[in-house]
Design a protein around this ligand. Structure first.
Ligand code: PLP
Length: 396
């Protein structure tokens, strides 16, 4: 799709919006639609032709409405993608992307730090349909070449991993994958459409759990899959065959959230780094997992490939009694205890790794937790964390 803007801030505000089509209304209206009528057989035939020629239009609710086109178009502009499809959740998008390029007898490579439910999808669902998965060390880089088989059709990447935050060498992995004829699918939720330009780094298919920063307000579930021109036919066919679509109200919320993503992300980034640095100074903390911190093992790759950092990072504590760890999480006041991330509010979540990794060993024994730095004032967040750490400390 054509891109007419020079900066992501401008793209986020303008891409995909066409007020002149809707009587000047600034935001694309919410189209609730299943049936879309044709006035005549001639129009019916014409619409069929347009759809076959892959031209965006409104043919049937499941294939998309102007509300969906607005979000697809904006994401294509921001990600630099050829086309984008919308799924009803981030996990559905991860699964849909894998299903588009894999079939019985194929082999798939997935990093060991992958989002847990994506691992489950490979281990349970893909396996049942005859796809073999090998989990690999996320830090393998170009060494992935040795793991490729003649039937390896997909190399999946997630960078950084959303629990342990290892940064992957995506260009090296993608180059090897392409030499072997495999498609590179990336869960790019941490990088967001703004901070990691997946297609400039060799990725063929970029997945966003749009539930996180695109929606940005913790009020809708959504996933998107964007791709290159070469990867589009398989993604289009598979998405249509699976009957995947998303509700118009949620799509509307996502396109509305997207308008402010650039300013929100800047604050998430700044506050996240400040809180990560604060955590790193606490004696009970063994390591902070945040690629934007200069001491992080992934920092050099992050600096080379990313344009920024979101608000999600990990904190590895030294071994301590369970009660002390629970006292920290229970009393984190401004940090709500709940799954997900990317909303305006700060969150804290334990991140146990037992049973999650199978080919690499996490070298720390203490509890791990994850923080999502929200949009509250950083002073208030730091004070809240300080109190939580003090309550934990009292039990050591
Ligand atoms: C890295 C990553 N990918 C995908 C998902 C799935 O997104 P959703 O919760 O919208 O299904 C999540 C959710 O936490 C995630 O953290």
């Amino acid at each position: 799709m054509q891109d007419e803007f020079d900066h992501d801030e401008t793209r986020a505000v303008h891409a995909g919006r066409h007020p002149q089509r809707f009587e000047g209304v600034v935001n694309p209206p919410v189209f609730h639609a299943s049936t879309v009528l044709s006035a005549s057989m001639a129009e019916w035939e014409e619409k069929k032709k347009l759809r076959a020629a892959d031209l965006p239009g409104t043919y049937y609710g499941r294939f998309g409405t102007p509300t969906m086109r607005a979000l697809e178009e904006a994401l294509c502009a921001l990600e630099g993608a050829h086309r984008c499809v919308i799924y009803p959740s981030g996990l559905a998008a991860c699964a849909g992307a894998l299903l588009a390029y894999l079939g019985a007898g194929d082999h798939c490579l997935i990093p060991d730090h992958v989002y847990g439910p994506t691992r489950n999808f490979a281990n349970r669902f893909l396996k049942r349909y005859g796809v073999e998965t090998t989990f690999y060390d996320p830090l393998v880089g170009g060494g992935i070449e040795a793991l490729l088989r003649p039937n390896t059709k997909v190399v999946y990447v997630e960078s950084p991993g959303s629990l342990t935050f290892e940064v992957q060498d995506i260009p090296a992995i993608a180059a090897a994958a392409h030499r072997g004829g495999a498609v590179v699918i990336m869960d790019n939720t941490w990088g967001t459409p703004l901070y990691f330009k997946a297609f400039e780094h060799g990725v063929d298919v970029s997945v966003q759990a749009a539930t996180k920063y695109v929606v940005g307000h913790s009020d809708a579930m959504l996933g998107t899959v964007s791709c290159t021109a070469a990867a589009w036919p398989a993604l289009k066919a598979s998405t249509a065959d699976l009957g995947q679509t998303a509700g118009p109200d949620d799509v509307y919320l996502a396109q509305r959230g997207l308008r402010t993503i650039a300013v929100r992300l800047k604050q998430h980034w700044e506050t996240g780094v400040r809180l990560a640095e604060w955590c790193a100074r606490q004696p009970e903390v063994e390591r902070v997992l945040h690629p934007a911190l200069p001491g992080d093992p992934g920092h050099a790759l992050w600096k080379r490939d990313f344009r920024g950092a979101c608000g999600l990072f990990g904190v590895q504590l030294r071994p301590m009694p369970k009660e002390a760890f629970h006292a920290l999480i229970d009393n984190a006041e401004l940090f709500g205890l709940g799954s997900s991330w990317g909303g305006y509010e700060s969150l804290i979540q334990p991140a146990p790794l037992e049973g999650i990794r199978t080919v690499t060993r996490w070298p720390h024994a203490g509890p791990l937790f994850r923080i999502h730095a929200g949009l509250e004032h950083p002073d208030d967040l730091e004070a809240s964390l300080g109190e939580a750490f003090a309550r934990m400390r009292a039990l050591l």
